[in-house]
Design a protein around this ligand. Sequence first.
Ligand SMILES: [Zn+2]
Ligand SMILES: [Zn+2]
Length: 737
Amino acid sequence: MSGERPSYDAAEIEADRQAAWAGRGAFETPEPGDGQAAVYVKPSSPFTSGNLHMGHVRDYAIGDAYARFRRARGDAVLFGFGFDAFGLPAEMAAIERGVRPADWVERCGERMLVQMKRLGLSFDYERAFYSSDEDQYRWSQWLFVTLLEAGLIYRDDATVDWCDTCQTTLAALQVEDGRCWRCHDPVRLIRRPTWFLRVSPYLEENDRNLDRLTDWDELSLKTQRYILGRTDGVEFDLQGPDGRSLTVFSPHSGSLAAARFVLLSPRHPEVEPWAAEAAVAERLDELRSGGWERSARDAAAVPVIDTGASVAGPAGGELPVFVSPLVDARYGPTAALGIPEVDEADAAIAARMPRAASEPPGGGPAAAPEAREATRYRAYDFSISRQRYWGTPIPVVDCEECGVVPVPAEELPVRLPRDIEPTGEGNPLAERADFLEAPCPRCGGPARRETDTLDCHFDALWLWVPAAVPPEGRAEEMFSHPDLKRWLPSERLVAGNDSGGFVFDQRVVTKALRDIGPFAFLADGEPFAGCLFHEMVIADGRKMSKHLGNVVDPDELVAEHGADTVRLAVLYAAGPAKALNWNDGALRFASRFLNGLWDYTHERIAAAAAAPEDAEAAADTAFIRERLGKWCENGVGRITADLEQLQMHKAVRNVTRLLERVQDYEKRIVKRRGALSRPDFEALLEALALLARVLAPFAPHAAERLLLALGGEDGEELTGPWPGSPAAAETAGAARG
Ligand SMILES: [Zn+2]
Ligand SMILES: [Zn+2]
């Protein structure tokens, strides 16, 4: 039987299976049946960067295994995504290559789709989309206008980097050691009007809901807590000059009497009266235009302004009032007590400020103000607009008569000219008369369009929505299609650990849309019922980078070893909460396992055909067959539990252990009887078929071909139903009946 046995040829096997899946539309999103669970598995939205990297492979291999598992369990699964296609990286890549961003993005996306299919990822590719498509960004504009009208978007001055040579604002990514990335001239900070998203109304609810997100892993919850930056303490009202009072917060409720000063945020809503003196107002203005965000966390370097005013301290005496963004970096836009005795940062401020009392003032006659329990959040509104070409145009005009006027929903989209080849100089949209000039929607008079575009972070606020709407419904019903109620919230988000900020803001916007109306059916305002965050993929203990020469290219790995081996290796190498330090060991392990299983299965299929019917021998080994049945049941139980928790590294390990059990069974029979009888072989092949079915979420191509070799029929029933699931019990019942 040596010559005929097919060897494990990953390239042939994978091309064959991928063609079969494409041929029968295996991953099309189904219409859920009565009582069938609708499970929307949401992978991260890739930037159109040109290539999949190992981090993508990790993300999608986890999500794909979970999606395939849920399908096999009998659930209706939506596994879809869109490209995060607008934004700076695409624009910079296009500038470097001298091409249009629109063309660059399309080229990257097409290439990444080929890579995804080559990995055997079971996305519903018909639902894939680009955030830069007109019928997508039209809805980003709709969201902007909707949030603007709800008072959740506003315009304010913000500090940005500016290059005089290139006549453009720069993102942090474009400033290297204080110089422009393009011309290498020094940059300076300027103040300019910027659009902001208001998140403050939903911070408390985002916080409160964390306790109820029981299907979120610890890593993802940790990011949400970090972004919230919650601090508990006390607050009380301190009396200042002219009968003014100031509510002051402190986390150190046991040390209030030791307070030496009060620190006020420059963003505090009532900061102005404290900076009434001309010299103080001027310094506050300087501070606000000084780009203080960069040093706000360093108490030794952060700007501090003495207002000259004082308030009555909680234990008597007078406390000087200082203004500093250090408060924002710790507790948000509030006022806080400075207590050097118990707080290092406060001690650093006290050392720098002559008016900070050298010891607690105390001794005064003041009645201690009543302290209330209080909570502060560091999370704060953030800017959503950029002076950049490649982004969603902001749908407002500036009219001489009416001021800022939003473009009405029925006139959307405001189209982005796609034929622009940006150079990095100036502001391309401001130079295009056909874009710039527009009639005012209110008075019909001449107006100018906003030439800033939305940061791609804004597009990402709702990037999880479109996949849940069939493509033909998106033009009219993106936020009102009946399918939304079926698929949302997403059963599981699988994303990298750096997605915490995106997810936090998506949770805010879901609550806003619930209150405004379209998402009223999401009572708790949560877009993701479950969430799994994974750490990144590194090499040699360091981040992969071209500079270090340690980048692992998934294409090369797949070409050399096959997609199944790469998927299995990535899943096996580390649990999601750990960084995956890529090494060939996992690859060798996966390759050895798949080759071994392949050969073993085919050898036993051939041997079974020649096995004798030996009733006496069969009766003698019945108890070993029974034991194999138990081992299989236990193994499947463990693998199922691992998959439910998305702990794929454990699941893969348990799949390999199951093969060891099967081989152990065979050894025991050989030891007892010298050879396997026909019933022994039948039990062995049945166990191998079971093994192939539980391998299918991880290495789907090889698993399906093994099932075909074991007599399975090609088609959607080939791998299912999941052993031990209700659907499997039904099938078994039908077969017996
Ligand atoms: Zn420049
Ligand atoms: Zn007007």
